[in-house]
Design a protein around this ligand. Structure first.
Ligand code: 13P
Ligand code: SF4
Length: 322
């Protein structure tokens, strides 16, 4: 629409004036996933690992983070000298909210000496208590490399069980899990995917690590496909000779896939993450306009120095791995 085009133009202009870059996640509304080069507003579009790496390379004074709060916090921890702005402070995450720093301290007391791996979908205070972070892209490698025959993996129970299924056979390692769930991916029940597989028997299934383990086991037993991270899914489609795919992940990843592979067909049960969708062109524009004004405080990610220092170590260890 005309209003959208005007807002995009204004954002592009303001980014230069205010010395800001826009980092945008693959689950953002489609219009926030278009790069500057393609006429949009994003300097970088990626998955959670790609965005963390991109955050370490920012030159500009301001980072506008089009993603959810734990991601913006990660960008701040990696770049404490920069101002990181989140267009909507209410952009949460059911996984990040499922566990606190006190919960981790209790787990550590219960399992002394057992390494703690935290999914990046956790808040900074939680990260400050763990040994190493991971994202969906490097979880398998990091879990495999940890010392000992036990490992605490938190907070996603389904992702934990999906990892466990692969790791147990390979290394005998046992994962101790928390009971967090992604409110989007938990909705991909075995029945839902089975129904689609019956309707589209030729299609391969693309499922994210955060989908219930029962769904993954049944779906991949019935046919071809992949369980993995957002990047694994994108890569799998790129390398596959198949033309049809059922997506078991966030709805707007479907838009990304259709844009990247217009010759292929994607069957997407459209389940949107309400937290991701609470970021819009409009509030992105408002955050940019606020830079340099008192109202910028409402968008600014602020963390205590001590938390930044403690949470940096597990994130840095993760990056050294990738
Ligand atoms: P990735 O970007 O690491 O695939 O994470 C998926 C997710 O649910 C992010 O909130
Ligand atoms: Fe959290 Fe799931 Fe939304 Fe990602 S998709 S931000 S894991 S609720």
């Amino acid at each position: 629409s005309e209003a959208l085009l005007t807002a995009v133009e204004e954002i592009r202009k303001l980014k230069k004036e205010k010395n800001a870059v826009v980092l945008s996640h693959f689950y953002m509304p489609a219009e926030l996933q278009i790069t500057e080069a393609d006429g949009g507003i994003a300097d970088f579009v990626g998955d959670s690992l790609g965005l963390s790496v991109a955050a370490t390379k920012v030159q500009a004074d301001n980072i506008i983070f089009c993603g959810v709060k734990f991601m913006a916090e990660t960008a701040k921890i990696l770049n404490p000298a920069k101002q990181v702005l989140l267009p909507n402070m209410l952009a949460g995450c059911s996984l990040a909210e499922s566990i606190t720093a006190a919960d981790v301290r209790k787990l550590k007391a219960q399992y002394p000496g057992v390494p703690v791996v935290a999914y990046i979908n956790t808040y900074a205070e939680t990260k400050a208590e763990v040994d190493i972070c991971c994202t969906s892209r490097n979880a398998m490698d990091i879990a495999r490399a940890m010392e000992g025959d036990q490992l605490i993996f938190l907070p996603d129970v389904f992702m934990g069980r999906n990892l466990q299924a692969k790791i147990k056979a390979e290394t005998g390692k046992e994962l101790i899990l928390w009971d967090g769930k992604c409110e989007v991916h938990e909705q991909f029940s075995p029945q839902r995917i089975k129904g689609l597989q019956l309707m589209y028997p030729e299609a391969d299934v693309l499922v994210h690590w955060e989908v219930p383990d029962q769904t993954v086991a049944e779906a991949l037993e019935r046919g071809g496909g992949v369980v993995g991270s957002t990047s694994d899914i994108l890569r799998y489609v790129g390398e596959s000779k198949k033309r049809q795919f059922i997506l078991g992940s966030e709805c707007d990843l479907g838009a990304t896939l259709r844009g990247m592979y217009p010759e292929k067909e994607f069957i997407v049960p459209c389940i949107k993450c309400p937290h991701m969708k609470s970021i819009t062109i409009q509030n992105t524009l408002e955050a940019l306009l606020a830079i340099g004004n008192p109202s910028e405080a409402a968008y600014r990610i602020e963390l205590e120095e001590e938390i930044i220092r403690k949470a940096f170590t597990p994130i840095d260890r993760m990056l050294a791995f990738s």
